[in-house]
Write a protein that binds this ligand. Structure first.
Ligand code: 6GU
Length: 233
C-alpha cells in the first residue's frame, strides 16, 4: 500500500517509524511518504493560509499549494492505468471513522491524507480532488482537534495494521474489540494470584469449550454495560 501525507507539520509523523508500522515501512509493505505542504509555496514566507471571504474568525488554507501537491502526488503514479487514489481529508465535519472504515480503506492501493489546520481548507480543493480521486472527509469522533495530523496518524495505524503481513500473527486481528461488533473479553497472565486478586478459575481449568463460552459471555456483558449503542443494531 502506498500512503502519502501532506501536512504543515510533517514531524508529527515521525512516530510512524516506530513499532509494527515502522517495520512494515522498512520491509516495503507500507510505502509511506510525508510531505510538507509549504514545499508547494513560492513566496518568501511560504504562506499556506489567508483570511476567509465573507469574514469570520480564523484563517483558511489557500487552494494553490493543495492543488500543486495533489497534482504531483497523483501524477507520480508509476502506472498510468493505476486505480484512482483515495484522498482523505480528516475533518470533524466528516463521516465517522470505524473499524469498518479501516477495513474498507485497507484494501486501497493508494491513500493520500490531506491534513488541514486553522479553520479549514478552501472548499474548492475538495471539489478539485474529487476530479482526480475518491474524496473522503473523515472524522475520528464528536470532538475537535487542532488539525488533521493526530487524526491521520490514528487512521494510518488502524488501516495499516489491517494490510496483510503488517501484523505478524493474523489471528490476533480476529479476536479484537469491534471486529465482531463486540468489545474484547478480559485477559489475564501470570501470576494466577496477585495482590489478593485471583484469575477467574475457569481460565485455569483447561476446558477450552467452557473458556470460549465464558469469554463470549464476558464480551456481551461488557458491551451491554459500556457500549449499549453497539448492541442496538
Ligand atoms: Cl479528523 N480533525 C479535526 N481537526 N478534529 C477532529 C477530527 C478530525 N476528528 C475528530 N475531531
Amino acid at each position: 500500500m502506498h500512503i502519502d501525507v501532506v501536512s504543515i507539520f510533517p514531524s508529527y509523523f515521525d512516530g510512524l517509524a516506530l513499532s509494527l508500522l515502522g517495520k512494515a515501512r522498512e520491509s516495503g509493505l507500507l510505502d509511506m511518504h510525508v510531505h510538507d505542504l509549504r514545499d508547494w509555496t513560492f513566496d518568501r514566507h511560504r504562506t499556506v493560509d489567508d483570511t476567509p471571504y465573507g469574514g469570520g474568525a480564523g484563517m483558511v488554507m489557500k487552494p494553490e499549494p493543495w492543488g500543486l501537491a495533489l497534482d504531483q502526488l497523483v501524477s507520480t503514479e508509476a502506472d498510468a492505468a493505476a486505480p484512482r487514489p483515495t484522498i482523505i481529508f480528516p475533518s470533524p465535519a466528516g463521516e465517522v471513522f470505524t473499524q469498518a472504515t479501516a477495513r474498507d480503506l485497507s484494501t486501497r492501493s493508494h491513500l493520500i491524507f490531506g491534513c488541514g489546520r486553522y479553520e479549514g481548507i478552501d472548499e474548492r480543493v475538495f471539489e478539485y480532488a474529487d476530479t482526480i480521486g475518491e474524496v473522503r472527509l473523515i472524522s475520528l469522533g464528536d470532538y475537535v482537534l487542532n488539525g488533521g495530523e493526530v487524526a491521520s496518524m490514528a487512521m494510518i495505524e488502524a488501516i495499516g495494521r489491517l494490510v496483510p503481513g503488517v501484523v505478524g500473527n493474523p489471528e490476533s486481528l480476529v479476536e479484537e474489540s469491534h471486529e465482531d461488533g463486540l468489545l474484547e473479553y478480559p485477559s489475564y497472565t501470570k501470576p494466577s494470584s496477585w495482590r489478593e486478586r485471583e484469575v477467574p478459575p475457569i481460565l485455569l481449568s483447561g476446558n477450552h469449550a467452557a473458556i470460549a463460552k465464558w469469554r463470549a459471555e464476558q464480551q456481551l456483558e461488557r458491551t451491554r454495560r459500556r457500549r449499549p449503542d453497539l448492541l442496538a443494531d
